[in-house]
Design a protein around this ligand. Structure first.
Ligand code: EPZ
Length: 484
């Protein structure tokens, strides 16, 4: 067992500060990092099967949608992750009765008695997630007013909410920003609007959907995001009684309806988690079958995975085969041996290469022979985690220029948003502090691929989006233990 180096490490970079005391909000929520350290003995290929459940970035929004119905909703395959707990807490504060259903992972949300919550109660969740911003429309419809605490989420750029506020105002909401958060009201109700997003923002598109679906009249949203999670949210809203048409060229039309009812929904699988495990298989020279992963949502990732030299097999043909019961398919990913190939990539909105796939894949690219390029075009500050990889022996240089593909929004601004990765590099162990969710998982993969024993501080942050990851690591043969 390794000796405890220190009792407290600095809060991770994502941690927001209390405006009044200056103390990290995570500490106010009594989250400390003292027992939050994973010791990783690297160098062993990960091998075996794990399962992914419903997509974090759909589940949290579908939970908010339950507020819009007048009867209970049932959501299946919900992972036990921190973001779900935060949304559950906020729903409960607003009078929604949330219970676990009969099936493992089933959540039942009864919005019959929606009520206002106090600013203080809501503020307990300040800084914990970005999802509270999506409560605006549903609360305005149900209660005529809403209070939204300061948002949290990963520290990967400024992450403004101007598109959200602009859209809400177009619907007729009155938005007042106050030191304690944001107060909204809708004195004349909410009515449909013609909107165009400056950029196809996932959150702003969801904001519009969750508001327009019960607004009076028709809403037309141009330059909408069309991620699979958004299409699945549209499916949820349609099940509730919504009338939503997805036209070509990123145009979504929503005909408002006065009433919605509850839904029963099995969400799409988590394609970000699936890709993270795929990258882990490649970086550790292993083989991981990700049960539940769906090819249709991951085509862009799979093309890149194959171009680098990784191999995969879609195993969902087992499902429904005569005589085969109790077997679930997915995608099996493996490193076939030999050199990996470098690649020039840029992240983009769907159907492009997801920004959330970038960090784990970069770890695998440190093992490719030659120069790879990663141009991050969705967030301006999402390459900071590469410093830690360099400390572990990687050779990654970050640039302010748009390298590789087309110039992006950040080209003439002062953000280091392109990376050149030279490989292959032998990674060695290090002490790492997890900066945010996806970068955190990337650090973990690097520690698993490296020779020697690393200490990874702040691993509980990974629970925000990766269910039960320590048991999954154990199932894959990783040598990890909590520092005690
Ligand atoms: C969602 O964030 C996801 N989060 C992110 O996943 C994901 O990386 C992102 O979409 C892109 O796919 C959730 O679903 C909870 P955006 P979101 O609005 O909705 C700018 C993870 O690890 N923008 O599409 O917040 C923004 O700054 C997380 O699971 C504005 O300028 O992302 C960014 O540059 C991380 N003004 C770009 O748009 C606005 O009002 C895309 O952001 C809104 C966004």
């Amino acid at each position: 067992m390794l000796p405890r180096l220190q009792n407290r490490v600095p809060p991770p970079a994502f941690c927001p500060l209390d405006k009044h005391s200056g103390a990290p909000i995570a500490r106010r929520l009594e989250v400390t990092l003292t027992d939050d350290v994973l010791v990783v003995h690297g160098g062993t290929p990960l091998q075996g099967q794990i399962r992914v459940r419903g997509a974090k970035n759909l589940i949290s929004k579908a939970m908010v949608a339950a507020l819009l119905g007048e009867t209970p909703s049932r959501l299946f395959d919900v992972p036990r992750i921190r973001d779900v707990e935060v949304v559950r807490g906020l729903l409960e504060l607003h009078g929604v009765k949330v219970t676990d259903g009969a099936d493992d992972g089933e959540l039942v949300m009864d919005p019959t008695n929606v009520e206002s919550a106090s600013t203080d109660e809501i503020n307990v969740h300040a800084g914990s997630s970005r999802i509270p911003i999506l409560f605006c429309g549903p609360l305005l419809h149900r209660l005529g007013r809403a209070f939204i605490p300061d948002l949290g989420g990963c520290h990967i750029g400024p992450r403004p909410i101007d598109f959200h506020i602009q859209a809400l105002r177009e619907f007729g909401a009155v938005v007042d920003k106050a030191p304690e958060g944001m107060h909204l009201s809708a004195p004349n109700g909410l009515h449909g609007a013609k909107l165009e997003l400056p950029y196809p923002s996932v959150g702003a598109t969801e904001q519009v959907l969750l508001t327009a679906v019960r607004a009076e009249g028709t809403t037309e949203l141009r330059n909408a995001a069309i991620e699979p999670e958004i299409m699945d949210l549209i499916c949820v809203l349609q099940k509730m009684g919504g009338i939503i048409t997805v036209h070509t060229d990123r145009v979504i039309e929503i005909q408002g309806v006065p009433k919605l009812h509850g839904y029963a929904h099995k969400p799409i699988p988590d394609r970000i988690e699936a890709a993270s495990w795929a990258a882990a298989a490649l970086a550790t020279k292993g083989e991981i079958e990700v049960l539940g992963a769906r090819q249709a949502d991951m085509m862009t990732f799979l093309n890149v995975f194959r171009s680098i030299g990784g191999e995969f097999e879609v195993t969902d043909d087992r499902v429904g085969r005569p005589g085969v019961t109790g077997v679930e398919g997915g995608i099996k990913f493996w490193h076939p041996g030999g050199d990996l190939q470098p690649v020039a990539l840029e992240t983009d909105v769907h159907p492009g290469f997801m920004t959330d796939w970038q960090q784990p894949l970069v770890v695998a690219l440190t093992q490719a022979r030659g120069l790879s390029i990663m141009h991050e075009t969705v967030y301006e500050q999402r390459l900071g985690y590469t410093d830690a990889l360099n400390q572990m022996g990687a050779t990654i240089q970050v640039y302010r220029d748009c390298l590789g593909g087309t110039p992006c929004r950040f080209g003439r601004r002062n953000f280091k948003h392109s990376a050149v990765i030279a490989g292959p590099s032998k990674l060695h162990a290090a002490d790492l502090v997890i900066p945010d969710l996806r970068a955190g998982f990337a650090h973990l993969i690097a520690a698993l691929a490296a020779e020697g024993t690393s200490r990874v501080y702040g691993v509980d942050l990974i629970n925000r989006g990766y269910e039960d990851f320590e048991n999954k690591l154990a199932a894959l043969g990783a040598h990890v233990e909590r520092l005690s």
